[in-house]
Design a protein around this ligand. Structure first.
Ligand code: RP5
Length: 162
């Protein structure tokens, strides 16, 4: 079985409908991944353990989604040099702007590659993870090129009323 190099983590079960978008695009590209609920606030010890062991377990990219006071991606970035891609989950109270601001404004030295708010951001996080792995995996690079070409080909030139 192929080694798991992508971790998809999220602060809550309630984030899964959003984070599933990352999982689905990785499925389409045949990239193995693991999924975990790791909350910065509710399960800080789990966060510490995940971050501390990430390199040794062979993870190459971590996709971290959280909403509200979304400290998970930044805290994970503070615990591991594995690149962290942050997904701001859309919230009811502030539409995800709170999540975005909590994730994007990292201090110098501990970057988080922050995506758009919500489902598009989660999908793009999966694509970004695939793109990172594709730099050293020609077979995956080919699958990603085809995925991108198929998407382009699916866009009609003329708008329709249907
Ligand atoms: C954050 O709080 C999670 O990432 C989630 O987006 C948000 C709400 O969590 P629940 O109250 O739905 O579990 O930690």
């Amino acid at each position: 079985m192929a080694e798991i190099e992508v971790g998809i983590i999220m602060g809550s079960q309630s984030d899964w409908p959003t984070m599933k978008e990352a999982a689905e695009v990785l499925d389409a590209l045949q990239v193995p991944y693991e999924t975990r609920i790791v909350s910065a606030h509710r399960t800080p010890d789990r966060l510490w353990d995940y971050g501390t062991s990430a390199v040794d377990r062979g993870l190459k990219v971590i996709i971290a989604g959280a909403g509200g006071a979304a400290h998970l991606p930044g805290m994970m970035a503070s615990k591991t040099r594995v690149p962290v891609i942050g997904v701001p989950v859309q919230t009811r109270a502030l539409s995800g702007v709170d999540s975005l601001y909590s994730i994007v404004q990292m201090p110098r030295g501990f970057p988080v590659a922050t995506m758009a708010i919500g489902a598009a951001g989660a999908c793009n996080a999966g694509l970004m993870a695939a793109g990172i792995l594709a730099t050293s995996d020609p077979a995956l690079a080919g699958r990603l090129d085809r995925w991108r070409a198929d998407l382009s080909a699916s866009i009609p030139e003329v708008p329709s009323d249907d």
